[in-house]
Design a protein around this ligand. Structure first.
Ligand code: FES
Length: 107
């Protein structure tokens, strides 16, 4: 799977991951700036907030209850359509490619 991270300043980082790896984990492992992942992927911190590009929204898994709650606690404003927690987006055959904007701030 492939994840493309777009930084606020315009920089773009493309990361190849194994299946089963979340967007948050891939970002942390590849030192992608702006994704913190403080809670380690438990949907409890919202520091892995990403804004998913419109073109790939249809392929995403539905938002879970914990995720829904945490999305109201993001540091950057929540986008009603595009905001997701990176730790809840697991790459794999169901989600082979994703592109996200990294928010200005996570803390
Ligand atoms: Fe904490 Fe995603 S890593 S909510």
């Amino acid at each position: 799977p492939e994840i493309v991270f777009h930084q606020p300043g315009g920089r773009v980082a493309t990361v190849e991951t194994e299946a089963g790896v979340s967007v948050m984990r891939a970002a942390v492992q590849n030192a992608v700036e702006g994704i913190v992942g403080e809670c380690g992927g438990q949907a409890m911190c919202a520091t892995c907030h990403v804004l998913v590009h419109e073109s790939v929204l249809d392929g995403l898994p539905p938002i879970g209850d914990d995720e829904e709650e945490m999305l109201d606690c993001t540091a950057a404003p929540r986008d009603p359509r595009r905001s997701r927690l990176g730790c809840q987006l697991i790459m794999g055959t169901d989600l082979p490619k994703v592109a996200v904007d990294v928010p200005e701030t996570q803390l």
